[in-house]
Ligand binder design. Sequence first.
Ligand code: CAA
Ligand code: NAP
Length: 247
Amino acid sequence: MAQQRVALITGGTGGIGTAIVKRLAGMGHKVATNYRDEGKARAWQEKMAAQGVQAMLVKGDVSDPESCKTMVAEIEKQLGPIDILINNAGITRDTTFHKMSYQQWMDVVNTNLNACFNVTRPVIDGMRARKWGRIVQISSINGQKGQYGQANYAAAKAGMHGFTISLAQENAKFGITVNTVSPGYIATDMVMAVPEEVRAKIVAQIPLGRLGEPDEIAYAVSFFIADEAAWITGANLAINGGHYMGW
Ligand code: CAA
Ligand code: NAP
């Protein structure tokens, strides 16, 4: 088995996050994630424990830099230095741009893009000092192709890959790889919130004819964080059932 490391997966209690938590824990890593609603998070933790998955929970809001500093410090105190970071927490506030409020713009940019600064900044110095690290951004197909009703989200998700390719260059000589996974439409609460008739039209555009499963994204994350993936950095892996094949 590969060396046991400490992994922080933000938004680990959500649809894709839960699959990443389970996969990384299954690889033997010590996993931690954040919560905002303690009751909901503890119920999730019990469900995980019943499946044999131990996950540390720590309070944290990825849109708040101070909260992220405290979150990282608490995880490192309890589990040890964070060697693997998966920037996965995210939200949508879909609406056409001419109806979009400043708040809807800011909420999405803060939670998806600014979170990359907030969470990665307190983690990066330790990875550089230890000369090993794995960072993965969970972006989106809609950051690559744009999406009607998602000017805020598409801008933030595209920005996440700009972050990846800059961080990858700056940290390559420190043994840190930085990559992006860009999922297509996955069967989680986020996609189920899209009106059913709109969703049916989206699924009809997917060559593989169905929504993706969270574990199909977690599998890609496990690939990027493996010891054997040491020469893969600055990459973007699109996993979308053939929905968007730009290269
Ligand atoms: N292409 C062209 N026209 C479109 C369109 C599209 N994809 N979607 C909507 N329209 C048109 C409608 O036909 C309608 O046209 P008319 O006015 O001529 O009748 C017009 O847009 C409606 O515009 P409104 O401003 O009134 O919008 P609305 O309030 O009805 O809501 C919407 C529009 C928010 C875009 C809604 O259709 C929607 O939720 N779409 C789905 C957006 C989406 O894919 N979100 C992804 C969420 S999951 C996720 O984000 C995860 C991930 O990373 C993949
Ligand atoms: P989800 O089920 O809604 O889960 C989102 C997770 O993010 C939840 O754990 C949520 O915690 C957390 N979160 C939201 N705002 C937060 C904040 N400010 N601070 C800390 N945590 C916060 O969504 P998902 O489908 O798993 O999406 C996960 C990631 O994949 C997102 O970045 C999303 O944009 C991306 N993605 C999803 C799809 C898809 O089709 N589902 C496709 C492409 C990309 P709470 O429970 O506290 O809200």
